[in-house]
Design a protein around this ligand. Structure first.
Ligand code: HEM
Length: 156
């Protein structure tokens, strides 16, 4: 619901162009799919803004084969680490860290949500008014000011 890298991961189309979803994209154009958008596609993820962890579990009241297909389709559309040769190089490491951290939290701690800090609310502006949705800004890399450097062509 809140992917670490939510923005499109731009890729430049190589010589000869390429097809994306039936659309020809010429060489030199940049294309990218935003992971936030991918994860909020209501086809594989009905009611995509709802925190519904059970959507990842087979519903015993439904046909098992259909449930398996549904889960497969969700997994195909779930790509927080991106996919392909430039996907996150540390995916396995990060998953292990997450697993250990969450396992420790569940075993050692009791926890509950307190207040609505970080949630969207009316008056926050376009795209920021969904109550219950954790709001975040996308920064792919460090944010900084300076240093300032003046360059001058060397007289050789
Ligand atoms: C939950 C944790 C993480 C998520 C969701 C995540 C997600 C991503 C994504 C989406 C990319 C692809 C960027 C692109 O295609 O342009 C990426 C690349 C990368 N990530 Fe992660 N990452 C995580 C943790 C980490 C950690 C812990 C490290 C290092 C210790 C790391 C190192 C890298 C590196 C070096 C790349 C660039 C790989 C390349 O360009 O070939 N990531 N990550």
């Amino acid at each position: 619901m809140s992917p670490v890298a939510p923005q499109p991961l731009w890729r430049e189309v190589e010589a000869g162009g390429c097809m994306v979803d039936g659309q020809f994209i010429p060489e030199g154009f940049n294309v990218g799919a935003g992971i936030y958008s991918l994860h909020h596609n209501s086809v594989p993820f009905p009611d995509p803004y709802k925190w519904d962890i059970e959507r990842w579990i087979i519903n015993p009241a439904k046909k098992e084969e259909e449930e398996k297909d549904r889960l497969k389709e969700m997994s195909r559309n779930f790509a927080p680490f991106s996919v392909g040769p430039r996907q996150c190089i540390a995916k396995n490491f990060a998953m292990m860290e997450l697993l250990l951290t969450m396992a420790n939290v569940f075993v050692r701690l009791e926890f509950e949500g307190v207040g609505t800090l970080g949630e969207g609310r009316k008056g926050m502006g376009v795209g920021r008014e969904k109550e219950g949705e954790f709001q975040f800004k996308s920064y792919f890399t460090s944010s900084m000011e300076g240093p300032m450097i003046r360059f001058k062509v060397r007289e050789i």
